[in-house]
Design a protein around this ligand. Structure first.
Ligand code: ZN
Length: 279
């Protein structure tokens, strides 16, 4: 396993972690100050700061992108909605290419409004990814399906286990893989074997860390700092690295009541420390 304390350059910051207090330019400058060499920014932050500006800022500060957040949200109630989703994904792909991201993260989407057909939503997801893949593959941009915890199946992602994501990747072929986010998959009894399966297919594209707090008080915005919860992060990282993953360890914390309220410089210091000691 890689020695993270000796490899600070492997730390990446998902920019959602400090987005409440800093704009993207401040985040990039802050990461440079704290010796964080990679980020994974969100599209709305990039739009606000300007794509060309962001592109220049990351080059100036020597910061890479461990991923780009995000494409997906494919299912829609009608053909026009699906077409709009595809156009939006096409733009996300172009932005990821401009910023030279390691992969485009896909949060695939849940049920269309009014629908109770989760199987149908999953078919729409797979069709949407197949469509996007036709453009991503020749452009050389990897697509990373991020399975989300089942509590998000209705509104964010109807791909909820690594097994399901692996099955989808098997059918879709080259160029699409998975993002393993410990928050979403830590509970899965099949996690070790499914990570190994993804490793054998060389489709481990991203690794996200935070922690699961007990109790969790908000379904979306109460993620913990690594070391404050119940996830055995080193064990999962060991599986991911045994599967051949050589990329960044990306810290992604949505925490409205705690970390988002703190001074971002303090948050980055704690991220660095916990990355080196508990991940
Ligand atoms: Zn994630």
């Amino acid at each position: 396993m890689r020695d993270l304390a000796a490899r600070p350059e492997l730390l990446s910051l998902n920019t959602a972690t400090v987005r409440e207090r800093w704009g993207l330019q401040e985040i990039i400058e802050g990461c440079a100050r704290h010796g964080i060499r990679a980020i994974s920014p969100w599209r709305d932050q990039v739009a606000k700061t300007g794509l060309a500006n962001v592109s220049k800022l990351i080059r100036t500060h020597g910061i890479g992108l461990s991923g780009y957040c995000r494409g997906g949200m494919f299912p829609a109630a009608d053909a026009a909605g699906r077409e709009r989703a595809r156009e939006d994904n096409r733009r996300a792909l172009d932005e990821a290419l401009t910023l030279d991201a390691a992969c485009l993260i896909l949060v695939v989407g849940g049920l269309p409004p009014g629908s109770t057909d989760i199987a149908g939503a999953r078919v729409q997801v797979e069709e949407g990814i197949a469509w996007l893949l036709e453009q991503a593959r020749p452009a050389g941009m990897k697509l990373a399906i991020e399975p989300l915890h089942p509590m998000y199946a209705a509104d964010r992602a109807c791909v909820n286990t690594l097994a399901q994501a692996n099955d989808m990747c098997d059918r879709l072929g080259d160029g699409v893989g998975v993002a393993v986010d410990v928050y979403h998959v830590w509970w899965d009894p099949a996690l070790e074997s499914e990570i190994a399966r993804a490793g054998r297919a060389a489709r481990l594209f991203a690794f996200h860390v935070c922690d699961w707090l007990v109790p969790t008080t908000d379904l979306l915005l109460d993620r913990g700092m690594m070391g404050d919860g119940v996830i055995d992060i080193p064990r999962i990282r060991g599986w991911v690295e045994a599967g051949g993953f050589k990329g960044h360890v990306e810290v992604e914390i949505f925490s409205a009541a705690n970390w988002w309220k703190r001074d971002p410089d303090e948050v980055l210091r704690v991220c660095r420390e916990r990355y080196a000691t508990v991940c």
